[in-house]
Design a protein around this ligand. Structure first.
Ligand SMILES: CC(C)(COP(=O)(O)OP(=O)(O)OC[C@H]1O[C@@H](n2cnc3c(N)ncnc32)[C@H](O)[C@@H]1OP(=O)(O)O)[C@@H](O)C(=O)NCCC(=O)NCCS
Length: 233
C-alpha cells in the first residue's frame, strides 16, 4: 500500500499548481473560493490535485473526471459510476504537508499533524486518551511529551477516519501501545464494536516537524506493507 506525500512549499515553489489548474469540479472551485487566507486556499487546492492525480495512477481515469460523494459523517469516497470501483482513499493536511493514502478493497484513514502547532495537552489528554495512554504520557520525559501526545492523537484520528463514523466513536476506548519491536497495537473498549486483528496501523517516518499515522482494515487479517512515496512535482 502506498502513502503519497507532498510538501506545500515544494508544490508552490515548483509551480505545481499552475500546471494543474482546471482539474477541480465546480463544487471544489466553490469551496476553494471560500477560504479567506491564501495559505489555506493553496493547501486545499494542492490536496484536491494530489488526490485526483494520485487516483489516476491506479485506474485509467483522467484526473479531472473523478467524481466524489460523502458518507453521512462526511467521509469522502469515489462516486460509483456504472460499475463500482474498489479504490478507497483518505487525505490529511496539516500546516505544510498533505498526505493521500489509497487502498484497494479495504478501508483507510490517514492523519498528519505539524507538532509545532499550539495545543493544550493538559486539557485534552484526559478527554481523548485512554487511562493506559495517559500513564505512558505521564511517564515520558518532558522533552518527549508533545511528540508522544501527537503519536496517540494521529493514530486515533487515523482509526476514526478509516471507520468513517466522524467523532461518534469514544476516543478513550481506542487505546494504542508501542511494544518493544515498535509494532503498533490497538485495544478497543466495550463501546467500540471492533476487532484489533482486523486493523493494521503505521506511523511512517516523516521529516520534522510532522507526524502521521495510517489505519488500514485487513479483510483477511493478513498484514500489508506501507511505502511512503513523494508525489511527482
Ligand atoms: C474531520 C475529521 C475527519 C478530520 O479532521 P482533521 O484532522 O482536522 O483534518 P485532516 O486534514 O486530517 O482531514 C481532512 C480530510 O479528511 C477527509 N474527511 C472529512 N470528513 C471525514 C470523515 N468523517 N472521515 C474520514 N475522512 C474525512 C476529507 O478529505 C478532508 O479533507 P478536505 O476537507 O480537504 O476534503 C474529524 O476526525 C475531526 O473533526 N476531527 C477533529 C479533531 C479531533 O478532535 N481529534 C481527536 C483525535 S484524538
Amino acid at each position: 500500500m502506498r502513502l503519497w506525500q507532498i510538501r506545500t512549499e515544494d508544490a508552490i515553489r515548483k509551480r505545481w499548481l499552475t500546471r494543474h489548474v482546471g482539474l477541480l469540479s465546480a463544487d471544489e472551485n466553490r469551496r476553494h473560493g471560500r477560504f479567506i487566507f491564501q495559505k489555506d486556499r493553496d493547501q486545499f487546492l494542492i490536496a484536491r490535485i494530489l488526490l485526483r492525480s494520485t487516483l489516476s495512477r491506479y485506474l485509467n481515469v483522467e484526473p479531472k473526471d473523478w467524481r466524489f460523494q460523502q458518507n453521512e459523517f462526511g467521509k469522502p469516497e469515489i462516486k460509483p459510476g456504472r460499475r463500482p470501483l474498489p479504490l478507497r482513499f483518505n487525505i490529511s493536511h496539516c500546516n505544510g504537508l498533505i498526505l493521500c493514502g489509497v487502498t484497494v478493497d479495504c478501508e483507510i484513514g490517514v492523519d498528519c499533524e505539524n507538532i509545532r502547532r499550539a495545543i493544550a495537552i493538559e486539557r485534552l489528554a484526559p478527554r481523548v486518551l485512554s487511562v493506559d495512554e495517559q500513564e505512558v504520557l505521564a511517564s515520558v520525559p518532558a522533552s518527549k511529551r508533545i511528540e508522544t501526545f501527537f503519536r496517540f492523537w494521529t493514530l486515533k484520528e487515523s482509526y476514526i477516519k478509516a471507520r468513517g463514523l466522524g467523532m461518534t466513536l469514544p476516543l478513550q476506548d481506542v487505546s494504542f501501545d508501542f511494544d518493544v519491536e515498535e509494532r503498533l497495537r490497538v485495544c478497543f473498549g466495550l463501546r467500540v464494536h471492533d476487532r484489533p486483528q482486523a486493523w493494521q496501523f503505521f506511523a511512517p517516518n516523516l521529516d520534522s516537524p510532522f507526524l502521521a499515522a495510517v489505519a488500514i482494515s485487513l479483510p483477511n487479517d493478513e498484514p500489508v506493507d506501507l511505502e511512503l512515496c513523494d508525489a511527482a512535482i
